[in-house]
Design a protein around this ligand. Structure first.
Ligand code: BG6
Length: 479
């Protein structure tokens, strides 16, 4: 990816030419059809309550992800709605277990590949640039139960085989590829993000960081492979971004915040620099963790990413005072709540300025083009009748997205090379953390309730029309 033009806009200018606006989803949260077309089970098929309770033996009634929003059968209608909003980019994931149902087969499942070929046909028809997440919290279940998930080095080879198939089949059609969704989340979510079934409290740091290492090597190998097989592809890492502020100006809190932040930076540092940062090496050594890193691993890691993508929902605080270190609600990596911020209905603190902080920090640190591939707010929506028919008057969602886009625009004016914005859950989907339908993010309402009832009818919310204007004006309506 070449650096952006040197003429950057000033505050108040529109977003740069070529800036992509769109939305993002993940296969396990929208497709449903969990056992159709030869698909195997993924870790999500045994998580009926997201991360709120341990995995079940097999798929159980009440797991909303099994049917999700039936995008598998309705993708044409959904993509047409994205096109109506004017999306120029759509980020979705490929379900690994549709392509390799168990994960360790030699040959891919053609029916699974065919589904994504049809999705790409549809995007091409509407002129929407696809962005594909290769692994979005949906490792095949067999790799978790038969191999111990990413704790096993063998997964690197299985992942590489899967990537090769994707690049060979779709490399000429898809420019933007993301390796692992929120790769740093494995530290808190070993099963969902790392297919490791041992609960976090019982998991030793050695196994956890070895799994991290395997994912980092797999990500780098995917980048190397893309360059060989699909030279036009751009490969990015995907981080869970969450600025960590000191809870007070006490220098001990400032240091605690910096040290907590480093744990997250480490993932981007490896992806962008091609080796482990010294602070992580020292910390692991202090904790008695001895990673098994081969010479080949070190060579592989040198294949650095073309760009950095990330999700942004919340910021948190950190303190050196154990008595005040009380963890609040939040996405997969929580922290100490910020007394200056209000929170969503699910307790996620809302901090648009934090997005500008993240953008500047990432750009200064890595000097790689950035892409916001998730942002939004989960909220309860009520369908109301209006003269134009039923809709959802989701002004809070509009305000949330407006304020975040406004900060993104200011970051661009600060000098950040930001290439695009994909709103999370552009169509209502099943929540990752709670597995609820009622935690809605979309511009498009889907008639499905937490108890699984509903017609799956799609409805344009007020935010649908607002986002269409944002895109049509290329962001000029953002203050
Ligand atoms: C991110 C994940 O952590 O946050 C998504 O990449 C997820 O899969 C999103 O859906 C929002 O979180 P939740 O738990 O509200 O769905």
């Amino acid at each position: 990816m070449t650096p952006a033009s040197i003429s950057r806009p000033l505050v108040g200018d529109p977003f740069p030419e070529g800036f992509l606006f769109g939305g993002a989803t993940a296969a396990n949260q929208i497709e449903g059809a969990y056992d159709v077309g030869g698909k195997g089970l993924s870790v999500q098929d045994v998580l009926p309550e997201g991360d709120q309770s341990p995995p079940t033996e097999g798929p159980t009634a009440g797991n909303l992800k099994l049917d999700a929003i039936d995008h598998f059968h309705r993708y044409r209608e959904d993509i047409a709605l994205f096109a109506e909003m004017g999306f120029t980019v759509y980020r979705f994931s490929i379900a690994w277990s549709r392509i390799f149902p168990r994960g360790d087969e030699e040959e891919p499942n053609e029916a699974g590949l065919d589904f994504y070929a049809r999705v790409l046909d549809e995007l091409e028809r509407h002129g929407i640039e696809p962005m594909v997440t290769i692994s979005h919290y949906e490792t095949p279940l067999h790799l978790a139960r038969g191999y111990g998930g990413w704790g096993s080095r063998q997964l690197i080879g299985f992942f590489e085989r899967y990537c090769r198939v994707l690049f060979e089949r779709f490399g000429h059609r898809v420019r933007y590829w993301l390796t692992f969704n929120e790769i740093n989340a494995v530290l808190e979510q070993p099963f969902m993000a790392g297919a490791i079934e041992t609960p976090l409290e019982e998991l030793d740091q050695q196994t956890l960081y070895q799994a991290v290492h395997h994912q980092l090597v797999a990500s780098a190998r995917a980048t190397r492979l893309a360059r060989e097989v699909a030279p036009n592809a751009q490969v990015g890492c995907m981080l869970l971004a969450m600025p960590i502020y000191p809870l007070t100006p006490d220098p001990a809190d400032v240091l605690a915040a910096q040290q907590a932040e480093q744990i997250n930076y480490a993932f981007g540092d490896v992806h962008c620099r091609g080796y482990y940062p010294q602070y992580l090496v020292n910390r692991l050594r202090r904790d008695g963790v001895e990673l098994e890193i081969t010479e080949q691993d070190r060579i592989d890691l040198r294949h650095t990413v073309d760009f950095v993508s990330f999700s942004y929902y919340i910021s948190v605080c950190e303190t050196a005072d154990p008595e005040r270190r009380v963890r609040g609600e939040g996405n997969f990596l929580g922290g100490v709540p910020n007394p200056a911020l209000a929170a969503s209905e699910w307790g996620w603190q809302i901090d648009p300025v934090g997005l500008r902080v993240v953008l500047n920090a990432y750009w200064d640190r890595w000097q790689k083009p950035l892409f916001i591939v998730e942002n939004g707010v989960g909220a309860v929506d009520t369908v109301v009748q209006t003269d134009e028919g039923p809709t959802v008057l989701d002004d809070d969602r509009i305000d949330f997205l407006h304020d975040h886009l406004s900060q993104a625009r200011k970051a661009i004016a600060d000098g950040v090379d930001l290439r695009g914005f994909a709103a999370w859950g552009c169509i209502d989907l099943v929540s990752a953390s709670t597995a609820q339908m009622s935690k809605r993010y979309g511009f498009i309402h889907v008639d499905r309730a937490d108890d699984g009832t509903g017609t799956m009818r799609r409805l344009r919310k007020k935010s649908f029309h607002w986002y269409r204007e944002v895109i049509a004006s290329h962001g000029a309506v953002i203050g």
